[in-house]
Design a protein around this ligand. Structure first.
Ligand code: BDR
Ligand code: CA
Length: 314
C-alpha cells in the first residue's frame, strides 16, 4: 500500500516532539517535510529542536523549513513556562545539531510548492499557531485545494483556555487568531480539529508512560529527558496521565479509525472579544445556517490511541 504523504507544521515543544517521533516511526507514513513556526518558543529554537528530534530518530533526510517568526497581527506570549526556555525541557543537549541543515526556502513557499508537487496526496498536520498556513493561503489561494486533508491541534469548545494572557482561548488559536480565522474560513480541503478538551481527556496513563520511558532505548532516554519537567508538573497537578495534545492530534492523523465520536459543524474564531479573543466558536444550534467547515473530534478510542502513542518510543 502506498504510504500516506504528510507535512507537519509545528512549533517544536515537548508534545510536538512526541508527535514528530510518532509520525516518523510509522511505516505507513511518509513525512515529506516539516515546517516550523514561532509558538511555544522562538522560531530559531523551534528549528533547532526539530533538528534534535529528527537526529534522535535518524531521520535527518526530512527537510526542515523555517517559517514565520511572528503571528500575523499581534504576539504576546510563548509557552516556555510549559515546555522550558529552549522548548524541550531545558536539559543538557549533547546532540550538537548543525543548524545549516535548515533549508533556505521559507516554510510558506515550501508548503505551496509541495502542494503542487504532490497534488491531492498530502495530509497536512498543524500542531502550532496557524501563521504559516494563513500566509500560504494569502500567497496562493489554491494551496488548500491541492491538499488531501488538514488535521489541526487547536481550539477549544468550552472556553477553558490554556494561555496565561487570556482566559478563554487555546494556545495555538489564541497565539494567532487571525491565522486561525483565515484557515477555518478559507481552507478548501477537509479539516479535522482535535480540540483541547479531547486532548485533556485522552491522556497516556502514568504506568504505561513510565514503562515506555524505562525502555532504555535512544528514543526513550531522549523522551525521558525532555519530558522530565512536564511529568513532574502534571503529576503535581494530579493529572490522571501524561497529556500530550500534539501526540493525540497526530494519532488521529495517522489513523482516523481511532475516532469514536465527531461532529461536522460550522466553526469560526472570535477576533474581537476582550476576554474571548482567539476562542473557537462553533455554531452548535445552526443559527448561522452555514454549511459545516470542520469536523471536530469529540472522543477517541483510548486503547487504539495508546498503541499509536507507543510508536514514539521505537
Ligand atoms: C498546544 O499548545 C502548545 O503549547 C502545544 O505544543 C500544543 O500544540 C496545546 O494547546
Ligand atoms: Ca505545538
Amino acid at each position: 500500500m502506498a504510504k500516506q504523504k504528510m507535512i507537519i507544521d509545528c512549533d517544536t515543544g515537548v508534545d510536538d516532539a512526541q508527535a514528530i517521533m510518532m509520525a516518523v516511526s510509522r511505516p505507513e507514513i511518509d513525512v515529506i517535510a516539516i515546517t516550523c513556526v514561532n509558538g511555544n518558543v522562538d522560531i530559531d529554537n523551534v528549528c533547532k529542536n526539530t533538528l534534535r528530534v529528527l537526529k534522535i530518530c535518524d531521520s535527518l533526510h526530512i527537510p526542515i523549513f523555517k517559517g514565520s517568526a511572528r503571528s500575523i497581527v499581534h504576539y504576546d506570549e510563548d509557552a516556555s513556562h510549559v515546555h522550558g526556555k529552549d522548548g524541550l525541557g531545558d536539559v543538557p543537549d549533547a546532540l550538537d545539531v548543525n543548524l545549516n541543515c535548515i533549508q533556505e526556502e521559507h516554510a510558506v513557499n515550501a508548503l505551496t510548492r509541495l502542494s503542487k508537487m504532490h497534488e491531492g496526496e498530502v495530509k497536512l498536520v498543524a500542531l502550532a499557531p496557524l501563521t504559516n498556513l494563513g500566509l500560504a493561503l494569502r500567497m496562493d489561494p489554491d494551496f488548500s485545494r491541492r491538499l488531501k486533508g488538514l488535521v489541526i491541534m487547536g481550539g477549544n469548545m468550552q472556553g477553558k483556555g490554556n494561555r496565561s494572557t487570556s482566559i478563554a482561548s487555546e494556545f495555538n488559536f489564541g497565539s494567532d487568531p487571525e491565522a486561525a480565522y483565515i484557515v477555518l474560513h478559507e481552507m478548501k480541503c477537509p479539516i479535522t480539529i482535535v480540540p483541547l478538551e479531547l486532548c485533556l481527556s485522552q491522556v497516556f496513563p502514568w504506568e504505561k508512560m513510565v514503562e515506555c520511558l524505562d525502555l532504555n532505548t535512544r528514543k526513550s532516554t531522549f523522551l525521558q529527558d525532555i519530558t522530565k519537567a512536564s511529568v513532574k508538573r502534571q503529576k503535581a497537578d494530579r493529572e490522571p496521565g501524561f497529556c500530550s495534545c500534539d501526540a493525540q492530534a497526530m494519532a488521529v492523523a495517522i489513523d482516523s479509525s481511532i475516532v469514536l465520536k465527531s461532529v461536522d459543524i460550522f466553526a469560526t474564531v472570535e477576533l474581537n472579544g476582550n476576554l474571548t479573543r482567539g476562542m473557537l466558536v462553533a455554531d452548535w444550534r445552526d443559527k448561522l445556517k452555514k454549511s459545516p467547515n470542520v469536523t471536530i473530534v469529540e472522543k477517541t478510542d483510548p486503547n487504539k490511541s495508546l498503541s499509536i502513542w507507543k510508536s514514539m518510543f521505537y
